[in-house]
Design a protein around this ligand. Sequence first.
Ligand SMILES: [Fe+2]
Length: 358
Amino acid sequence: MMELEVSSDTSAYEVAAVLDEAGRLADHCVRQAVAMMDTHGVVVLTGLLSEAEAGAGLDLVHQTVADPDRAHCSFASETDNSYKRRDFCSLPSSPPVKRFAATLCQRLEGVLTEYCGPSRPLLEIATFTSYQGSSHQYVHRDPSGVISMFAAVDDVSDQQGGTVFVPGTHLFGGVGNTHGGKANELMELFRKRCNLRIFRHNLAKLWAMRKDPVTPLAPGEFRDRVFSTKWDQHQPNLLRFLLGKNAQLSLAMLGPLTLWKLWRQGKALDRLFPIVQTAPRKGTVILYRSDLLHAGPDNRSSQPRRIIGMSIARDMIEHKYWHDGYSPHPTLAAEPLTLRDLLDYPVGAEPAGRAAAA
Ligand SMILES: [Fe+2]
């Protein structure tokens, strides 16, 4: 893109998971993970899930995507979902799904309870599959006050679209005092710089797809992704960009002074806020503070990218705000689950007659 300058070296944010005799993350790993969450806003826990546990998650993804009645997520990338560029689905509160979620929570109890009280709700558990031809999300913050997890249930390469993060850009008390009291302004300027590049990248890619036999556009897809009036914050939608209808990037955000600052400070911003792209191996789990700058890249390979995401609130959360950023499955909305519920859920032997998930 005038590509985003992205490093694929995530070693500074990784903790190799060691489990204690109870199968939970060992104390020294918990301390490292919390320190990284506080300093960088993200931690990559390698080898947290066994091959079998990650495989159970992969089964959930396959079963969900094959289900014609699956519940598509409503908060992001709807257009990609509708053209089968992505398949973002919320998962029901079935026993296999609860077992997977509980396994994650129990293993990560030491880290999660540092941030989330036991009565805090599970906001969503979802499968995030993306295919070739998807759009690169804009760099954004999710609704604040949430701890989110991505579990790699299969190997994810950078070409498949491992999530990109901007470590250290999470929000906390007094963050505005950092960077000489200019942190908020600089982070927002940097986000615009990234998103201008992503806009151009997505637009150029869509234009090329018109004649690409590998990722042919569906009838109406170009129009829907570039000129639609429909709400979707992660498309290169020129109409909504011009009308100021995209909260991630619009013409109204790019006044002369902003453009001048972007031109003057662009390189310095890149040095100040290095971007890393994750490429998690099967069984790796990424935790991040929801208000950390991040984006789900496009899938540039022919192999689908499959991850399971889960989010838990750190505090009370207003209903509409919750549903603006997360898509709880109707079964979860009808019977909410708390962190305590998941910490208490039996994850041992498979109950007899394991039901098909989702
Ligand atoms: Fe996000």
